[in-house]
Structure formats: structure tokens, C-alpha cells
Design a protein around this ligand. Structure first.
Ligand code: NAP
Length: 569
């Protein structure tokens, strides 16, 4: 049944539209329909990229069938011209023909670029707008600049929605975009966001600045613009449907941060504890850029990661004793009056998993590495009365840390001659694609091995330790514990540790770097009994684990066990 175009147009009420529109691409119409059929149940708002079809006009009759079958779906027809960043090779007139046919086919909205509107006659555009809801769009694939000038030009053409998409080259570009949206969203139906990895702020927070909706990819790998996240992530991780003026903004700031598991973990914690907050990955290429965004967004708290843990200290009004002692801050809080306060939760990240297993007072602990995390570990362990030894690739740096913290520096050659209660790997050896180990098997004379590397979940060092019956503490435990302390500082609520551990474990599994069971067994000859140095009996009785903390849902014993338990939601 042919429905008049005015009926379609009147259906496009901004408050009826979902906040996420899923871009659907396909090589041919059948392909688009297949994708749309699988998506429509969760995503009733879609954009069909007709310009991805070799012959868009020929594909429209097939697409009509989908639209007829799914009156619950709101679908945008986009046939972006190649000169404006799309794939359609035709001119503005041919584009208009396709969009006009799309309107007759049953699409409720069409997207047409400002550059095409400038070519077409006003009457042609007016006629299109009479038939269908029109999104007038402008894309800048290089920068975020002259937003106001562009909008002055756009307003010359009547449209139902004005869509401005720029590229973020700094974090502050997001602030520019959101200020722009705020300035115009009372008078016009606006859609705005920044592309690029740094544009995540505007993709999530743009809706509260006045963007009627935003765009998400159907799945990873089906992105139609740089920096696009999936619709599922926008809804499930960032809870975009509930982002409002009261939503507090937190994030992890560093360079790089794209690999960070913090958004997955912290957003899950906020959701679990019903805190109206969202946590974003902020790729800050400079401290100046980061600090400019803090008051304007505004940001309530930051997890600070490399390379800014030391630099941030100078920007703080005050900090906790550990930050002062270690000289590094990984947690920032912005108070109502705009002052910044610093905390160091890396220390808790190292100390808590160990205290759950042994008494640290008098324990003999070897820290491998003398960088930022080693520094937090050594200070934390010395504060607890442990006897700390340091070994490092660059002896001078290790010796300097030992002197500063009153620990003992060990020559590498002496490591194999000694035995410890705990060995901690605080180097990147074994991380990511690096399959190396910072120590050799013969040097692992210890009861516990705590590998702070958590991607992958199982490193070469951990495998070597397990083969020697050494108890392994995965780096995930540090990650979860430091994040748990951050959550408590920011929200004032106890952290949902089991949930945090669960979501990170699952995310690591999805990345293919999860727990060991899935990996093929290492073809490793078992050493003969006489060659295998028997692990020394513990120097200290393992008593602490029997305390109240041991009763907690294993934060890390962890990730594997927690992952198998159903989690209440
Ligand atoms: P960092 O400040 O750069 O220090 C790195 C340390 O590792 C330095 O002592 C360095 O020795 C040593 N090192 C680097 N490459 C080495 C190699 N090829 N062979 C031997 N030693 C090497 O880094 P960081 O911030 O302390 O972080 C260290 C690691 O901790 C990270 O890579 C990450 O895997 C892990 N980490 C885990 C968590 C968690 O939550 N689980 C949090 C943060 C970090 P030199 O002094 O000779 O350069």
C-alpha cells in the first residue's frame, strides 16, 4: 500500500526516535536486507547506505519489500556522493532521483549533503522535503572547524534535521562540537558528532548536548566512519539511552588508550551499582588538551595512565599520602568547586591481591622492573613491612629506586641463587604480542608469581611458573583492584569486584587473549625430579587468605572462576 509522504514525515518526532541509528552496508540489496533483518529487532532505527550498491536505483524495489514488512523500522536512505566522502559516482541530479524514489519506496528519511543542496534548485529540494523527512548533512573528514559558518550556510536550506559531522584531532574538538549543538538544538533538530578515535566523547555525550541521535556500526568491522563504535557498545557499555544532563562523566586518559579495558570495567561497575555515570577512553595527545576538556565537559574523575601519571601531579590542588610518596597519580577527582585531587590506587592494586594470600610483614619479595608500576609496588610493599629486592634491566635505575625506597638491589646473576615468597613482574615483558619472559625458569624460586601484565591473561612467565607448581596471581587482579579503589573514591559505594572481573575476563576472551584453557598445551618436556628445584616452603604461613577477604567472590582466583559463575544483573 502506498502511504502518502506527509504521513511519513509527521512520524519523525525527535522524541520517538531511538538515540542510535545503525548504519547498514552491503554489496547488493539482498545483502543489505539480510543484515537489516538480523538487526531490526534490536535496532529499529537504521540507515541504508545506498551508495555502497553498484546500482542503487535497481536495488530500491527489493528494499521496499523490507520496509513493507517492517513498519516498526525507521530507515534513512543515504546515497552519499563520492566527492563528499561516499561511494556514489553520479551527480547531484542523479542523487536526487534516487532519494526521491527512495521516498516513494517507503524510507521515512533521506540524507542529502549541503554540497548537493547547493547544486540543486530550491524547488527541487522543497519538493523532496514535501515527500520525506530530509537530513541535510555536512561532513569534514579532516578537522573540526568553522562549525558556525557551515551552519549559517546550511540554514539557507529547509530541512527536518541538520547533521554536522567533523573529525576530532584533539579531545577539545568534542567540546567545540557539543557547544555548537547546545547553541542550536533549541531552534533546530540537530545531529552532530566528531569522527576519529578522539571523537568518542561527542558520540556518547552529543545526545545530551542536543544531538537528536547518533550513529553506531552494526558490528566491529562494519563501521561506515572512522571512530564509529558499535550500536551495541553505545547502548550496553555506554548506556547512551539514559545519558542525560545529570550523568557524571569519567574517563581513562592516556596516550595511547584504545587498548584500555577500563571503559568496559568501569561502565559495568556504574551500571551494576546504578550510578548515573559514563566512563570514556580519552586519547589525550597532550596534557594541555586533556586539562582544557576537564572543566568544559565537565569531567568528574579520571583514571590517569601512561604517560601522564607523573605530569598530572603538578595540576593537583592536593593528593593522598601515597601519591606524594610515589610521585605518581593514577586517579583524579574534580570537586564541585573545580579543584583537582589526586589518589594512587596502583599501590592497592599490587598490595591487596598479595594481602589476600600472605602476610606482607617480613615477606621476601622480588620486584622485576623499576618503572612507574614497580615504584608503586615497592613503596606499597615497604610500607607493609616486606623485605623488598629489585632487579632491573638498567641497573642504575633499579639501584636508584632501591636507594629511594630502602629496598635492596640484586644483580641479575644473583636472582637464581635466592628464593622468595613472591616474585612480581613489573615490566612489559610478555605483554601483547611480546612472548618473552623477564626471568628464566631457573630463577623462579618462589611461592607466588604475580605477573602484572594482564594482556594476555596467560604470559610465558606464568606458564613457566605453573609448570613449577608456583601459585600464579594474574595481572588482572591488579587491574581490577586498582579500578575497584577508583570506583569507591568516585562513587562512595563498594565496588562490584566480581562483576568488574567478569566483564574484563569476557572482553579478553573475545579478543582472543583470555584464560589458558582455550590455548593448546605448551609442548614442554617435564624436568626430571632431580632437575626440578622444589619450591621452597613458604617463609610465612599463608594465614591471611582465611580472613574475611578470602570469603569475597574471588577477585581474580580469580577471573577464571568468577567467569564461570552467573552474574546477577
Ligand atoms: P615503565 O614505567 O615503562 O617501566 C618499564 C620497566 O620495565 C622498566 O623498569 C624497564 O627497564 C623494564 N623493561 C622494559 N622493557 C624491558 C625488556 N625488554 N626487558 C627487561 N626489562 C624491560 O612501565 P610501567 O608503567 O611500570 O608498566 C610496566 C608494566 O606493568 C606494563 O607494561 C603493564 O604490562 C603492567 N601494568 C599492569 C597494570 C595492571 O593493572 N595489571 C597496570 C599498569 C601496568 P629499564 O629501566 O631498563 O627501561
Amino acid at each position: 500500500m502506498q502511504v502518502s509522504s506527509t504521513v511519513f514525515a509527521s512520524r519523525i518526532q525527535r522524541f520517538r526516535l531511538p538515540r542510535v541509528c545503525v548504519a547498514v552496508v552491503g554489496e547488493d540489496a539482498t545483502n543489505i536486507i539480510d543484515r537489516a533483518e538480523s538487526l531490526v529487532r534490536d535496532n529499529p532505527f537504521m540507515e541504508f547506505r545506498l551508495d555502497y550498491l553498484s546500482n542503487p536505483a535497481a536495488g530500491l524495489p527489493k528494499l521496499k519489500h523490507f520496509l513493507d514488512l517492517h513498519p516498526e523500522a525507521t530507515v534513512i536512505a543515504t546515497c552519499r556522493r563520492a566527492v563528499n566522502g561516499g561511494k556514489f559516482k553520479g551527480g547531484a541530479a542523479a542523487q536526487l532521483d534516487i532519494l526521491t524514489t527512495a521516498a516513494a519506496t517507503g524510507f521515512q528519511l533521506v540524507d542529502i549533503e549541503l554540497q548537493s543542496a547547493e547544486i540543486l534548485k530550491p524547488a527541487e529540494l522543497a519538493e523532496l522535503k514535501d515527500r520525506v523527512g530530509v537530513i541535510l548533512s555536512f561532513h569534514d573528514f579532516k578537522a573540526t572547524k568553522k562549525l558556525e559558518d557551515t551552519f549559517v550556510e546550511m540554514k539557507r536550506y529547509p530541512a527536518d534535521f541538520y547533521k554536522v559531522v567533523s573529525t576530532a584531532t584533539t579531545l577539545y574538538d568534542n567540546v567545540q562540537m557539543m557547544k555548537f549543538l547546545q547553541a542550536h538544538s533549541a531552534q533546530h533538530e540537530m545531529v552532530g558528532l566528531c569522527m576519529g578515535e578522539q571523537g568518542i566523547i561527542s558520540r556518547v555525550l552529543g545526545v545530551r548536548a542536543g544531538s537528536v541521535f547518533t550513529f553506531g556500526a552494526a558490528t566491529r568491522g562494519e563501521e561506515t566512519a572512522p571512530g564509529q563504535v558499535t550500536a551495541g557498545e553505545l547502548r550496553d557499555t555506554y548506556r547512551i539511552e539514559m545519558v542525560d544532563a545529570a550523568t557524571q562523566v569519567y574517563g581513562v586518559a592516556g596516550d595511547p588508550v584504545s587498548h584500555s579495558m577500563s571503559p568496559i570495567m568501569m561502565n559495568a561497575a556504574f551500571r551494576r551499582e546504578t550510578v548515573n555515570a559514563v566512563f570514556l577512553a580519552l586519547h589525550a595527545k597532550s596534557m594541555k588538551d586533556l586539562m582544557a576538556c576537564v572543566p568544559d565537559i565537565p569531567i568528574r574523575g579520571l583514571s590517569i595512565t601512561m604517560p601522564y601519571k607523573q605530569d598530572i601531579v603538578a595540576a593537583l590542588s592536593n593528593s593522598d599520602a601515597l601519591t606524594k610518596q610515589v610521585g605518581a597519580c593514577n586517579t583524579m577527582v574534580r570537586s564541585q568547586d573545580g579543584k583537582l585531587y589526586g589518589f594512587n590506587t596502583d599501590v592497592a592494586g599490587v598490595v591487596v591481591p598479595l594481602e589476600q594470600r600472605i602476610t606482607l610483614q617480613g615477606a621476601k619479595i622480588l620486584v622485576v622492573g623499576a618503572g612507574g608500576v614497580a615504584r608503586a609496588a615497592v613503596f606499597g610493599l615497604k610500607n607493609k613491612g616486606a623485605e623488598v629486592f629489585i632487579v632491573n634491566r638498567t641497573p642504575e635505575k633499579g639501584q636508584a629506586l632501591a636507594k629511594l625506597t630502602k629496598a635492596k638491589y640484586l644483580k641479575r646473576a644473583d636472582v637464581a641463587k635466592m628464593s622468595f615468597d613472591v616474585i612480581i613482574n613489573a615490566t612489559p615483558m610478555g605483554m601483547g604480542a611480546n612472548r618473552q619472559s623477564p626471568l628464566e625458569e631457573k630463577e623462579l624460586n618462589t611461592k607466588f608469581l604475580f605477573d602484572l601484565v594482564y594482556v594476555p591473561a596467560e604470559t610465558k612467565l606464568m606458564k613457566m611458573a605453573r609448570a613449577r607448581n608456583i601459585q600464579v596471581i594474574p595481572g588482572l587482579e591488579m587491574f581490577v583492584q586498582q579500578g575497584a579503589r577508583q570506583f569507591e573514591i568516585w562513587s562512595g559505594k563498594p565496588a562490584p569486584i566480581a562483576e568488574m572481573s567478569f566483564v574484563v575476563t569476557k572482553a579478553l576472551e573475545r579478543l582472543g587473549v583470555g584464560p589458558v584453557e582455550e590455548e593448546p598445551p605448551a609442548p614442554k618436556p617435564q624436568p626430571r625430579a632431580e632437575e626440578k628445584p622444589a619450591p621452597k616452603p613458604p617463609a610465612k604461613p599463608v594465614v591471611k587468605a582465611a580472613g574475611k577477604k578470602a570469603a569475597k567472590p574471588a577477585p581474580g582466583k580469580s577471573a577464571k572462576k568468577v567467569a564461570k559463575k552467573p552474574v546477577k544483573r
